[in-house]
Design a protein around this ligand. Structure first.
Ligand code: NI
Length: 175
């Protein structure tokens, strides 16, 4: 396992729609998933999508327990792997959370999203699951799966704010 380089906004790969994953997973893909976990815990972050490490595949990982919304650390890791996720329902009710992203360092902005979602996804064995999520988890998953469609949380902000963020990324984070 190794920590991979996290791609910084506004790199075009972050704006690319990622490809579905086929089963059984290749060695390359299982290595990608363990490297993503290593990279997320090293950063540290609550979620990471494959495009953020340069792989245009519909895979995201989260651990919203290890570091929850208040950034309180627990010692136990609860890694969740989401492959080919699809929303089957989103609530009309919305909630606002302050979001950040490993691809947009040191930037936190409020984003409004549906408060609850129903989701279908596959695990690493290719089995399909469906479940409902709400609260911080619902926001985290929507944020991660946006990455798979080439969308970042900054895309919900005003053009002016986005321009300022691009400028800051270019000045401080992109070599
Ligand atoms: Ni992100």
């Amino acid at each position: 396992m190794s920590v991979r380089h996290i791609i910084i906004y506004p790199d075009p790969i972050l704006a690319t729609v990622a490809q579905p994953v086929t089963f059984p997973l290749s060695h390359r893909v299982t290595t990608l998933i363990s490297d993503m976990a290593e990279t997320m815990y090293d950063a540290p972050g609550v979620g990471l999508a494959a495009p953020q490490v340069g792989a245009s595949l519909r895979i995201a990982i989260t651990d919203t327990i290890w570091r929850n919304e208040e950034n309180k650390k627990t010692d136990t890791r609860h890694l969740q792997v989401w492959i080919n996720p699809v929303f089957t329902w989103k609530s009309e009710q919305t909630s606002i959370y302050e979001e950040g992203c490993l691809s947009v360092p040191e930037t936190y902005e409020e984003v409004e999203r549906p408060s609850a979602i129903r989701l279908r996804w596959q695990d690493e064995q290719g089995s399909t699951h469906e479940s409902e999520f709400e609260g911080f988890m619902a926001t985290a998953l929507q944020h991660e799966f946006d990455h798979l469609d080439g969308r970042l949380f900054v895309d919900y902000l005003s053009p002016l704010k986005r321009r300022m963020i691009v400028k800051r990324m270019k000045k401080h984070f992109i070599e």
